[in-house]
Design a protein around this ligand. Structure first.
Ligand SMILES: [Zn+2]
Length: 179
């Protein structure tokens, strides 16, 4: 049995016996954490397939166009439970990921410019402002907003939760000091 056949059998099993839990690919993963299978093509070349993408294609019974993402609802990139992946545009996928604040990366999206506010960046692809905050060296995404001011206020509120009222605020005048 080849690796591809093995993976297909695993996915078929999951399609026949649906489960709610994440099913993590225990073998090779990409740097970003997606499960992959590498297949030799000829002597020197190899090609790799994402396991969660294979799972979605088998669920849908058709190939997914190259410009579409296989998006995880569970946000575990190594998961290949067909119930946890759906077909989304890159834009939808990014917006969802930013919205729930779990994005570990920008999914290849370029931050085009930083606003004058701390923790607020403009994303040209989304045509929106994204609020973010670095906590212990890790960026947390706080959502997507129409205006920089909205995003900055959200960032301020979250910063106060972490560091109290004396931390840097974009809008210090909004802080109600608690005696
Ligand atoms: Zn999952």
């Amino acid at each position: 049995m080849t690796k591809i056949e093995y993976a297909k059998a695993q996915i078929e099993h999951l399609l026949a016996n649906p489960t709610d839990r994440c099913v993590l690919w225990p073998y090779t993963k990409t740097q970003g954490g997606y499960g992959i299978i590498t297949v030799r093509v000829g002597r020197k070349n190899s090609t790799s397939r994402c396991i969660h993408r294979m799972a979605l294609e088998m669920k849908l019974g058709r190939p997914i166009p190259k410009n579409m993402d296989a998006a995880h609802s569970c946000r575990s990139r190594a998961c290949y439970n067909p119930q946890h992946v759906s077909e989304k545009t890159r834009k939808e996928n990014i917006a969802d990921t930013l919205k729930d604040g779990t994005s570990r990366r920008y999914l290849g999206l370029q931050r085009n410019n930083t606003s004058k506010y701390r923790g607020v960046s403009y994303y040209r692809n989304l045509r929106k402002w994204v609020a973010h905050i670095a906590v212990n060296g890790q960026q947390r995404y706080l959502g997507v907003y129409d205006t920089a001011v909205e995003a900055a206020k959200v960032r301020d509120a979250v910063a106060r939760e972490y560091w109290g009222h004396d931390c840097f605020q974009n809008f210090p005048e909004y802080v109600t000091k608690v005696a």
